[in-house]
Ligand binder design. Structure first.
Ligand SMILES: O=C1O[C@H](COP(=O)(O)O)[C@@H](O)[C@H](O)[C@H]1O
Length: 230
């Protein structure tokens, strides 16, 4: 059975007994948001990162994707046949076209794209997307999509959404599983003073949006959660 809680200002927590239960809940969550935004805007703009998130979503989410009309030309993947810099420029160009046509919304307080949902994973070091701890990429305020060539985790060359884009989304879901990430989950969520404020996962704070954590029990095992309701 899942535990649901709201943890201070760090968003909603959904803690699951099994990966299967988590994947079902995630699929339902995506389906609900999709229905909502299709009604409201006639379009649902979702961005997802790589890593274990994709396999975790597995057939449950992909079954859902088969049921909704996703036109292949509306799927924007990273061009990995060019340099990271070129790929980031290309991706940002495409994103700017999508914002112009309001396929992707626009933030009320900046010119940033406002995705209906951004799905993120997290590494054991607390990185999200390709925003790594102590990396200058965390300071990027002007670009929407940028690149790095010195990733501490292979591959060294990557492109990534910047924090302003992530934090402009209407909904951000952080999907984190496994005991190797428990410490980073604790640092990203619990109240620990100023020490962990620069952890990338902790810097995910949607300005006008909602943050939801999808965790399994091992990932949540170091949380100082006092009040969870079933
Ligand atoms: O490098 C990355 O790693 C994180 C975590 O990956 P996982 O396989 O441990 O889930 C991923 O969320 C991120 O998108 C990717 O850039």
């Amino acid at each position: 059975m899942a535990l649901y809680a709201n943890h201070n200002n760090r968003g909603d927590l959904r803690i699951h007994d099994s990966l299967d239960e988590l994947a079902t809940d995630l699929a339902d969550y995506i389906a609900e948001l999709s229905e909502l935004y299709m009604k409201e805007r006639g379009v649902f703009a979702i961005a997802l990162t790589g890593g274990s998130l994709i396999s975790l979503m597995g057939y449950k989410c992909f079954l859902f994707l088969y049921l909704v009309p996703v036109v292949p030309s509306h799927v924007y993947s990273i061009n990995d046949s060019v340099s990271a810099e070129e790929a980031a420029n290309e991706y940002e160009f495409s994103l700017r076209q999508l914002v112009k046509t309001r396929t992707v919304g626009v933030s009320e307080i900046s010119d940033c794209p406002k995705f209906d949902l951004i799905l993120l994973g997290m590494g054991p070091d607390g990185h999200v997307a390709s925003l790594f701890p102590n990396h200058t990429v965390l300071d990027e305020k002007d670009e929407w999509v940028t690149f790095i060539t010195d990733s501490p985790k292979p591959p060294p060359e990557r492109i990534t959404f910047t924090l302003p884009v992530i934090n402009s989304a209407s909904n951000v879901a952080l999907v984190v599983t496994g005991g190797s990430k428990a410490e980073a989950v604790h640092l990203a969520i619990d109240d620990l003073g100023t020490d962990c404020l620069l952890l990338p996962a902790r810097m995910v704070q949607p300005t006008n949006g909602k943050l939801v954590w999808f965790l399994d029990k091992p990932a949540a095992s170091k949380l100082e959660a006092s009040q969870f309701s079933e």
